[in-house]
Design a protein around this ligand. Structure first.
Ligand SMILES: [Mg+2]
Length: 269
């Protein structure tokens, strides 16, 4: 007989699921009203390290989504947690990235330096220059650790797919010959932190994302249920390119939530 497991929590990717840059993809007000009505808990996990959890919180509030800052996980905050485990008191690091990476580093005692650094740490930097790539490459030639937020080659905007953190990382890897330790999806770490905050179990948690090789793979590695929405990076035809599959595929978040409501949030095993 088939066993049914109830979904109790959702973990949302943001770009390509909730919005495309500043434009909401679906009626977010409706979506989160449903979740509150059915008492489904939720949190957010993004590979985009340009903003801090506080800044994402403000953006969500702007779209009428009520959420606490501690329910937002980014590849930047995840990277800092990993770095802090290795270097509990912080120290000098060479940073390539935006505020969403710099601020959590500073809050954990790490500071920008080019002298005796512990590590080169990087993420998406939309002010990237040849000079910045050169400096990071020179630092990588020393015996230092190399951490990067994520390897997404692109990210979705209304203009189309534009270079993501992975495109900058690829330049550094090519130039230095070094491999980076990655913090974001598809590594399961960020989801594990989120599940522990939500006090749920992986099998009753649904990961919702628009990218198969990060959101869906990361969700599978964290032993969660996974749902792909086709409102961002991955298209239906992309599904055939991967050996793993999401549990659910829907056009967008509203269609997915309507489906879950129609199933009374039950998931056949
Ligand atoms: Mg996305």
């Amino acid at each position: 007989m088939m066993k049914t497991i109830k979904i109790k929590a959702l973990i949302f990717d943001m770009d390509g699921v909730l919005w495309s840059d500043q434009t909401p993809i679906v009626d977010l007000d409706w979506v989160f009203k449903q979740l509150n009505q059915y008492q489904i808990s939720y949190a957010f996990a993004t590979n985009n390290s340009t903003k801090t959890p506080f800044e994402y919180c403000k953006k969500l509030n702007h779209f009428n989504v009520k959420v606490n800052e501690d329910h937002i996980f980014t590849s930047g905050t995840t990277l800092v947690k990993m770095l802090k485990e290795k270097y509990p008191t912080g120290g000098p690091v060479h940073i390539l990235g935006e505020n969403g990476l710099r601020e959590p580093l500073t809050n954990s005692g790490f500071y920008q330096s080019d002298q005796n650094i512990l590590a080169v740490v990087g993420g998406l930097d939309r002010q990237i220059t040849y000079e910045k790539l050169k400096n990071a490459t020179l630092q990588l030639q020393n015996n230092v650790d190399f951490y990067y937020t994520n390897a997404d080659s692109t990210f979705p905007t209304p203009e189309g797919k534009i270079p993501g953190a992975g495109s900058i990382l690829a330049a550094l890897v090519t130039a230095s010959g070094k491999k980076a330790i990655l913090a974001g999806k598809p590594e399961p770490m960020m989801f594990e932190h989120t599940i522990s905050l939500l006090n749920t179990t992986p099998e009753s948690t649904l990961i919702i994302g628009d990218r198969i090789d990060t959101d869906i793979l990361g969700g599978i590695r964290a032993n969660c249920k996974t749902a792909l929405v086709l409102s961002g990076i991955s298209s239906e035809s992309d599904l055939m390119k991967f050996s793993y599959k999401p549990d659910l595929v829907h056009k967008n978040l509203v269609e997915l939530v309507n489906f879950l409501i129609s199933k009374n949030w039950g998931f056949a095993q």
